[in-house]
Design a protein around this ligand. Structure first.
Ligand code: CO8
Length: 374
């Protein structure tokens, strides 16, 4: 039996609302100036630290981010709120994250020329899920009318690649015939819009991918999964500590450490060499030369990181066609970044072309798949 496993459909759902650096910085700076005025005495006595001002130019230069999408814009730019306003939905209504997931899933199913009856497993994989149970995947499975099973998994920035690897293994082993992997990245609720160093980093988006056997695939664009590789290495440099015990550990469940926070410089320095080494050893293990990779769909956290990693690998700066960047419009979308790049930049490849999907981030975690166009 032919055991070849393929990616046969990809979907990208983008929220309608955009927030530019300028809009975000204006709100943050107004908030900070108000904070500094209101806390002038404590700041003067050293009891509190003044909030530094942010700059749209700094953000674009340091990260490559110019704008981001928000599932809900209301509240984010309100200096008396500084967080999105998400209405609570009744339990008989599709949850926000399931809605994002379904939107991307329908596009991926259409691209794969599949219907619900062709799929028998759903994985929701992302940086946060809206609740613990019932799994968002089971809600999505129900909404789409899929038989079989679904489960949620969390691996921060590597959630998408790690889930694709699990899908590959399930299809390969025969425990599922076709798997829908969905990444509804609703990051904005965990962004600290009052923190100058991180208020600009994230955006919301949803991506979806169909993984199945080559023999059942009939899409226009089919990619054989040649190899998968994952590694994790514990680090406290990127953390988000809100969890189900926040209610009982007698700390402030809304304190800064409960939101996304990081040592950005350390992450940059430590993750870039890890990612370059990971990719080089993966390609070497399957006898593919670095220059044999036609397209690099890399994680989208910081443009300078991507340039450093690809330069380490190629010995030169890749062209935008070779290593597409979507950060300028989408910002960092946690695990979805490499798949946004894939969604927007794969249809021009021709039969035999090789590409690499790779994520890197919190954990630390790195996940990658080498694929070949049929
Ligand atoms: N405006 C103006 N100035 C600023 C700003 C700002 N917004 N921010 C910092 N500065 C200042 C600093 O204070 C500093 O000033 P000084 O030199 O006087 O001390 C100067 O600019 C330089 O600051 P940094 O050294 O911090 O700036 P960097 O050049 O390192 O850029 C970055 C900061 C962009 C954050 C960069 O370090 C970076 O991108 N690092 C990589 C981080 C990364 O990839 N992290 C991964 C996070 S994502 C992930 O893993 C998934 C998590 C799950 C999703 C969570 C969703 C909420």
């Amino acid at each position: 039996m032919n055991n070849t496993v393929v990616i046969s459909g990809a979907g990208l759902w983008t929220p309608e609302n955009t927030i530019t650096n300028e809009e975000l910085v204006e709100a943050y700076n107004q908030y900070s100036e108000q904070y500094n005025r209101e806390n002038a005495e404590d700041i003067a006595s050293g009891d509190k630290i003044a909030k530094p001002l942010s700059s749209a130019d700094f953000i674009a230069k340091a990260s490559g981010i110019k704008s981001r999408f928000a599932y809900r814009k209301e509240g984010i730019l309100d200096i008396d709120r500084m967080r999105p306003k998400l209405e609570e939905r009744p339990i008989d209504t599709l949850s926000h994250q399931a809605e994002m997931a379904v939107n991307a899933a329908k596009i991926a199913l259409n691209e794969a020329k599949k219907s619900a009856s062709d799929i028998d497993a759903v994985i929701i994989s992302c940086a946060y899920t809206q609740r613990s149970y019932p799994a968002i995947a089971i809600e999505v499975q129900n909404e789409l009318g899929i038989q079989g099973f679904g489960f949620d998994m969390l691996v921060a920035c590597s959630a998408a690649t790690f889930a694709l690897q699990r899908a590959y293994e399930m299809v390969s082993a025969g425990t599922a015939k076709s798997v829908l992997v969905i990444n509804p990245e609703l990051t904005s609720p965990q962004v600290n819009y009052c923190d100058r160093d991180s208020h600009f980093i994230f955006g919301d988006v949803s991506t979806a991918t169909v993984v199945e056997r080559a023999e059942t695939a009939n899409a226009d664009h089919i990619y054989e999964i040649l190899n998968t590789k994952a590694v994790t290495s514990y680090s406290n440099n990127i953390r988000s500590d809100f969890g189900y015990t926040s209610r009982v550990d007698d700390s402030d469940p809304f304190a800064d450490d409960k939101l996304f926070h990081q040592e950005g410089r350390k992450v940059f320095k430590e993750v870039c060499p890890m990612a370059a080494e990971h990719i080089a050893s993966q390609l070497a293990s399957i006898d593919i030369a670095i220059e044999g990779v036609k397209r690099w769909w890399l994680h989208q956290a910081n443009i300078n990181m991507n340039q450093l990693i690809t330069k380490k690998l190629l010995g030169r700066t890749p062209s935008p066609e070779e290593a597409p960047i979507v950060l300028d419009r989408y910002a960092n979308t946690a695990s979805a970044g490499s798949l946004i790049a894939f969604n927007l930049h794969h249809k021009d490849l021709t039969s035999g072309d090789i590409g690499l999907i790779c994520s890197f981030g919190a954990g630390y975690s790195i996940g990658s798949l080498v694929i070949k166009k049929h």
